[in-house]
Design a protein around this ligand. Structure first.
Ligand code: ADP
Ligand code: 5GP
Length: 210
């Protein structure tokens, strides 16, 4: 099984968390990259599962120690990917699924050129607002800020390798799953294995025709 990072981005409220969760539940070759953040947990979120909830000081310390593969400020809070997540995925031969913002995705691609980038779009503006409000976690000023960030994130859609519309959840999850399956077959990800296979076949053919 090939191991590579998968950066999934979307404007806030498009359903990135929901899609990632459903994708992870249905697959055993994926590892979710649990980020560190200085934002407080939302209802139902668990420390160490959804995020590592840390103080500003702890976050700065991780960044200074070089323990973060990338980090960014999003909606006024700090978010970062522990480098150890990537190492764990490699050890286990799994693909590391990163639910990160566009700035973070760019940094991951810089660090790892084999990263697969997927952008999720909501089916319409009306549905985006419905989902943002429906989640109920953001109101007033914070909701307005998320809408502003969403506008900036949208501009990045055209720079991603894959764009999936998250209309029906099961269809969006199946689409991302098929992208990852296809990516796993790329020659660049399997060069050594294919070379060995071709070498073995060639040796057999040469011996057989001698
Ligand atoms: P994000 O992580 O992109 O900010 P969430 O995953 O939190 O977004 O989703 C925002 C809201 O939209 C949540 O209430 C979620 O249940 C809902 N949602 C996400 N995807 C779908 C979908 N395909 N169909 C209907 N509702 C969805
Ligand atoms: P939320 O607060 O809604 O969970 O996440 C806010 C934004 O931060 C989302 O776009 C999410 O993808 C992004 N994010 C989460 N973890 C990371 C991370 O480790 N690095 C970066 N750059 N962004 C992250």
């Amino acid at each position: 099984m090939s191991s590579f990072p998968v950066a999934i981005c979307a404007p806030s409220g498009a359903g990135k968390t929901t899609v990632c969760r459903a994708l992870l539940e249905a697959s055993d070759d994926l590892l979710f990259s649990v980020s560190a953040t200085t934002r407080p947990p939302r209802q139902g979120e668990r420390d160490g599962v959804d995020y590592h909830f840390v103080s500003d000081e702890e976050f700065r310390d991780m960044a200074e120690r070089g323990a973060l593969l990338e980090w960014a400020e999003v909606h006024g809070r700090l978010y970062g990917t522990p480098r150890s997540n990537l190492e764990a995925a490699e050890r286990e031969g799994k693909k590391l699924v990163l639910d990160i913002d566009v700035q973070g995705a760019r940094q991951v691609v810089k660090a790892r050129s084999d990263t697969v980038t997927v952008f999720l779009l909501p089916p319409s503006f009306a549905v985006l607002m419905e989902r943002l409000r429906g989640r109920g976690s953001e109101k007033g000023e914070r909701l307005r800020r998320r809408m502003e960030t969403a506008r900036g994130e949208l501009d990045a859609a055209m720079t991603f390798q894959y764009v999936v519309v998250n209309d029906r959840l099961d269809e969006a999850v199946a689409a991302v799953r098929s992208i990852l399956d296809g990516e796993g077959w790329r020659l660049e990800r399997r060069r050594e294995e294919i070379e060995a296979r071709v070498g073995e076949l060639r040796a057999g053919l040469e011996a057989g025709t001698r």
